[in-house]
Design a binder for this molecule. Structure first.
Ligand code: IDP
Ligand code: MG
Length: 147
């Protein structure tokens, strides 16, 4: 994609390797796939998120039945927070990640190859990826205020 001047339009996205991915030792494999696709890593940080950060991050899901267990799961251990950059990286990473439910996510995707239902339905699906330019800007500001 290009902007109005014909220059390539570079985007940034927020990727999280969720606590299940860090615990299972597949964060390196996930970063490998992001880099192999040709995206650039701008920031990478291992950290345990607190409830305030997670409440802001998942604000769109407040009130849904899976919200409280999701926040509890996301605070259960360190996550690897990543900012990746490249043309159409928001869409591209969502494609690498696969659909939300890891049991039925397509083989070849992160969730499809590395994830499955561990008795917690679709909660533990290894990764988060921003879903729009607006979400990406909002989420990057939350996780990496210095960027
Ligand atoms: P996404 O991560 O593919 O964008 P969303 O619908 O935005 O999916 O949901 C955010 C996260 O909430 C999911 O990645 C998953 O961890 C969790 N989640 C979504 N739907 C369910 C559900 O029905 N049960 C349990 N957890 C869910
Ligand atoms: Mg989402």
């Amino acid at each position: 994609m290009t902007d109005t001047t014909g220059a390539p339009r570079t985007e940034r996205t927020l990727i999280l390797v969720k606590p299940d991915g860090v615990r299972r030792g597949v964060s390196g494999e996930i970063l490998r796939r992001v880099e192999a696709k040709g995206y650039r890593l701008t920031a990478v940080e291992l950290r345990t998120a607190d409830d305030a950060l997670l409440a802001a991050h998942y604000a769109e899901h407040v009130g849904k039945p899976f919200y409280a267990p999701l926040v509890e799961f996301m605070a259960s251990g360190p996550v690897l927070a990543v900012v990746a950059e490249g043309e159409r990286v928001i869409e591209g990473f969502r494609s690498l990640a696969g659909t939300t439910d890891p049991t039925s996510a397509a083989p070849g995707t992160i969730r499809g190859d590395l994830g499955r239902d561990w008795g917690l339905a679709v909660q533990q699906n290894l990764v988060h990826g921003s879903d729009s330019v607006e979400s990406a800007e909002r989420e990057i500001a939350l996780w990496f205020p210095a960027l």
